[in-house]
Design a protein around this ligand. Sequence first.
Ligand code: MG
Length: 298
Amino acid sequence: MCDRPKIQTNGRPVTRDGGRSAIGFDPRGPDRPDTREARAVIRGAVLDLDGTVYRGDAALPGAAETVATLRERGVSVLFCSNNPTKTPAEYVDRLAGIGIEVDESMVLPASTVTRDYLRDHHPEAPTYLVGAPSLASYLADAGQPIVEDPRAASVFVASWDDQFGYDTMADALAAIDDDTVFLGTDPDRTIPAEDGLAPGSGAVINAVAGTVGREPDRVLGKPSAEAAEEALDRLGVPAGECLVVGDRLDTDLAMGAAHGMTTALVLTGVADRDDVADSDVDPDYVVDSIAEIPQLLE
Ligand SMILES: [Mg+2]
């Protein structure tokens, strides 16, 4: 694994308020002589889903046990995915199917980060979406005005869309001028698929950016500040008391590293050990799989 100090938790089960009543409690007492005294106690964990908790349709071994152990140790758990096509309710069902009970409020997909960003910054704004029908319904159900006419839009959202084509690029040209807010749901250029890689939201965003000749104003999902802040807000912990576990250096780990969270890379998804050596992101921990996370806890 590695010789870094183990992760400190408060060792008490998560309470109804997510364990927040325990903040400030240090089971080691004030006189512990070693250098670990200054280390933060971890009270929240952000777990990536695909490649971390499950891969394709199959749960990764030890995932449910690790979630249970974290909760027993006083760590609140939030699940965070860059998939912009699914809703929290769908993830709740999927996780229940692999033995993980979770409340919708503790599931944060890129669809929700996008919904909340629009709600907070551009409510009422006519929004043109290049994305999955499921995302269009999700945003519309939340009250975002989704328009069919690209010329009517003041906000343009680009996301994964398997119908993307020349007509979409024409719509982007019609929709986006200097004043249009141009957003992306998540930066994932590729998605692991059965037979290799499939184009993800990032590919669509880049195609739109190339078509209209300007970069998006903001790309949500991991590793954005919007995703990090919403995750911490839901966990009710500061960044220094949060652990991020994921399989991608450029999203999961980058988000954690940029915001002062403790980071653990699992090797069950996209990244391997060679990628770690080549990356600007230096994980605090590298483990074979999520099953090893309990071993990191002191
Ligand atoms: Mg992943």
